[in-house]
Design a protein around this ligand. Structure first.
Ligand SMILES: [Fe+2]
Length: 405
C-alpha cells in the first residue's frame, strides 16, 4: 500500500529523540516488508514492542486438506457450517487451500484474541455483520461488502458489534490467508504506485485507521501464526500503545460497493473484475452493472476451461443468472477446477438474452495451483452439484467393480 499516511504524533525527523511526557523515550519500531527493501511504516510505542515474558506453542485444530479427487466441481453451502460462539481467528473453518492461499469461513460472535500472521497478508471479505478491527495502527470500522487488508505481522483483533453485551449480528467472513503480500493489480498502478485512470478504484476508495487505540494493560497474550505453526507470546504491555505512525504500510479497507465495473458491447472476461493480486492467486469482484449492449449480445458467460487456474466464487448478493437451477444461494461457494469445463446452467444462456443489467455481488478467487478441500468443505458440500449441467442425474457405472460414475 504505497500511499503515504500519518496518524498521531511522530517526530520531525525519523530515528531521533522522541520523548514521552515523563521524559523517557518512545520506542520506535520500523515495520517493513521484504527486509528493508520495500514499503514500511514507523510506529512509536509507549512501551518496548519487544518485551515478551512468556512463549508457548498454541495447538490449533488440524489444517489438513485432501485432494479434489475425483476431480469435480464443488458447491459448498457455507451457511450450513456451525456458527456457535466463534471468534474471527480461532473459529476459522477450513474450506480450500493450496501452498499459496488458505480460504476459510468464520461466523464470529465474540472478540478474537490478539493475533498476527507472520506468514503473509490476510484479506478478509465481510459477507455480513458489522464490527471493528483493532490494530496497532488504530481501529477500522468494517461492514458487509468490505475487503479488509491486513499486512503481514500486523497485530490486531476482530471485535463484532454488540448491543447490550450481546452480538447484534455475527460477522460472517471469508478469510484469505496469503503466502505473501496482497495488493491492487500492478497494471492499475503507476511506476510509483498511484492508481491509474483506468483502474476500477483508487486511493479515495480506501479507508485506513483514523483512531489510535490506547490500551494500558500488562501481561497480554498475542497469537502469532508463523510457518511452523502458532505460538502464543505474552507481552509485558499491551501492543496497542502507539502514539503515532507514518509510512506506506498499514491495514486498509476497500468496499466492494466502491468497485466501478468495466463493461462493454460484448461479454467482458473475468480480468476486468480483478480487484487484488497475491502470490499465486487473484481476487475479482462481481458487482451490479449494465450487461453487454451489442444488439446480439449474450449476457451469460460462455462455457470455459480455466486451463491454468482453479476458480472459486463466493456468492454474496443479488441474483445469479448463470447459476439458476444449480441450488446456488447466498453464502454459496462454487469451485470449478482446472481440467473441468464449466459454464452456465442449462437454459440460462437463452434466458439471459435481452437482460439489461445484473444486481449480483460475488467474490472470485482464482488460484494458479489446485485447491484442496478442507474439513469444512466436506461438511457443507452439496454433492449433487457436479451433475447439475446434465439434469441432476448421476450415473453410477461399474467397471472392474469400482464406481467411477
Ligand atoms: Fe468461470
Amino acid at each position: 500500500m504505497p500511499y503515504y499516511r500519518k496518524l498521531g504524533d511522530v517526530p520531525r525527523k525519523r530515528h531521533t529523540q522522541f520523548r514521552r511526557p515523563d521524559g523517557g523515550l518512545f520506542a520506535e519500531e520500523l515495520m517493513g516488508i521484504e527486509g528493508f527493501s520495500n514499503d514500511s511504516a514507523l510506529l512509536y510505542h509507549r512501551h518496548l514492542p519487544t518485551a515478551i515474558v512468556a512463549a508457548e506453542v498454541h495447538q490449533e485444530p488440524s489444517r489438513t486438506t485432501r485432494p479434489n479427487l475425483p476431480l469435480l466441481p464443488r458447491h459448498l453451502l457455507t451457511h450450513k457450517l456451525d456458527a456457535d460462539g466463534a471468534d474471527a481467528v480461532t473459529g476459522r473453518q477450513l474450506l480450500l487451500a493450496n501452498p499459496d492461499v488458505t480460504l476459510s469461513y468464520v461466523v464470529a460472535t465474540r472478540p478474537s484474541p490478539l493475533y498476527r500472521n507472520a506468514v503473509g497478508d490476510e484479506l478478509v471479505y465481510v459477507e455480513s455483520g458489522t464490527g471493528v478491527v483493532e490494530t496497532v495502527f488504530g481501529a477500522l470500522d468494517v461492514a458487509a461488502g468490505d475487503y479488509v487488508s491486513i499486512p503481514t505481522s500486523t497485530t490486531h483483533r476482530w471485535v463484532p458489534a454488540t448491543e447490550g453485551g450481546v452480538s447484534s449480528a455475527p460477522l460472517r467472513l471469508l478469510v484469505m490467508e496469503a503466502g505473501g503480500h496482497v495488493g491492487p493489480p500492478r497494471r492499475y498502478l503507476s511506476g510509483r504506485g498511484q492508481f491509474l485512470e483506468h483502474s476500477p478504484y483508487c486511493e479515495r476508495d480506501l479507508r485506513a485507521p483514523e483512531l489510535l487505540l490506547t490500551v494500558d494493560e500488562e501481561q497480554v497474550d498475542v497469537l502469532v501464526r508463523h510457518r511452523q505453526g502458532v505460538t502464543r507470546y505474552t507481552y509485558a504491555n499491551h501492543p496497542f500503545d502507539v502514539v503515532g505512525w507514518d509510512g506506506c504500510l498499514y491495514p486498509s479497507v476497500f468496499s466492494i460497493r466502491d468497485f466501478e465495473p468495466i463493461t462493454g458491447r460484448l461479454h467482458q472476461p473475468p480480468p476486468v473484475h480483478q480487484t487484488f493480486e497475491g502470490p499465486g492467486f487473484v481476487v475479482c469482484s462481481f458487482v451490479p452493472r449494465l450487461f453487454d449492449y451489442h444488439p446480439l449480445s449474450i449476457p451469460a458467460p460462455y462455457n470455459h476451461s480455466n486451463v491454468d487456474s482453479d476458480e472459486m466464487i463466493f456468492y454474496v448478493g443479488g441474483d445469479f443468472m448463470s447459476r439458476k437451477g444449480a441450488g446456488i444461494e447466498m453464502g454459496s461457494i462454487t469451485l470449478h477446477p482446472s481440467g473441468f469445463t464449466h459454464g452456465p446452467q442449462p437454459g440460462s444462456v437463452e434466458a439471459s438474452i435481452g437482460a439489461q443489467r445484473t444486481e449480483e455481488y460475488a467474490v472470485m478467487v482464482d488460484t494458479f495451483r489446485p485447491l484442496e478441500l478442507g474439513s469444512a468443505a466436506t461438511a457443507c458440500e452439496d454433492a449433487s452439484y457436479p451433475w447439475s449441467w446434465s439434469g441432476g442425474a448421476r450415473v453410477a457405472r461399474e467397471i472392474d467393480g469400482s464406481d467411477v460414475g
